[in-house]
Design a protein around this ligand. Sequence first.
Ligand SMILES: Nc1ncnc2c1ncn2[C@@H]1O[C@H](COP(=O)(O)OP(=O)(O)OP(=O)(O)O)[C@@H](O)[C@H]1O
Ligand SMILES: O=c1ccn([C@@H]2O[C@H](COP(=O)(O)O)[C@@H](O)[C@H]2O)c(=O)[nH]1
Ligand SMILES: [Mg+2]
Length: 191
Amino acid sequence: MYNVVFVLGPPGSGKGTICAQIQENLGYVHLSAGDLLRAERERVGSQFGALIENHIKNGSIVPVEITCSLLENAMIASKDANGFLIDGFPRNEDNLSGWNKQMGGKVNEQFVLFLSCPVDVCIDRCLHRGQGRTDDNVDSLKKRVETYNHSTFPIIEHFGKLGMVREVNSERPVAEVYNDVVEVFTAANQK
Ligand SMILES: Nc1ncnc2c1ncn2[C@@H]1O[C@H](COP(=O)(O)OP(=O)(O)OP(=O)(O)O)[C@@H](O)[C@H]1O
Ligand SMILES: O=c1ccn([C@@H]2O[C@H](COP(=O)(O)O)[C@@H](O)[C@H]2O)c(=O)[nH]1
Ligand SMILES: [Mg+2]
């Protein structure tokens, strides 16, 4: 049984930044669904490259069969990890039901880390990220935020009703956010 923590929040809320630090210090393996999709987009011979790029530019969501298979393969490749940080997934109902179908019974979902941050701050961070992402521009960001509000936030609410959400305000400096996140992990792993 794999331990899994879903890490959700608006685009630019700091999911990747915090997950990298948790991976470094707590032995969880960081799996960013977006990074896995970008790698698949670049993979020579992939039949999904154009489809993935289209979704990424439009801030829309790639069919779950593709994303979930990339996640499961990455988990199998690191099967000795303490657990997995699934960053940026599940993003909509299709993601959630597809994940439950494919992964139900194979994972222990510990909690959902929700990094909350005002959208204007998040957009500003993305516009200054400097990684050359094809979706870090005003047009794509508008669509990404719309998708987050309409499709992803309801998934966070769904987990909230199950008592699984641990919210951390990520508008603050990274070190402060990280300290609170570590407390969340410590509490979860004491159970
Ligand atoms: N707490 C913070 N304060 C200021 N800047 C931050 C903070 N956390 C992250 N950043 C910066 O904001 C940008 C976006 O961070 P990051 O890539 O971690 O976000 P993300 O949630 O993974 O975004 P996306 O959903 O677009 O992948 C990066 O340039 C990062 O260095
Ligand atoms: O589960 C997922 C995760 C991501 N996507 C697509 O990728 C981009 C970028 O994701 P980041 O988390 O910001 O790296 C996202 O806007 C989606 O288009 C996805 O479809 N499914
Ligand atoms: Mg990210």
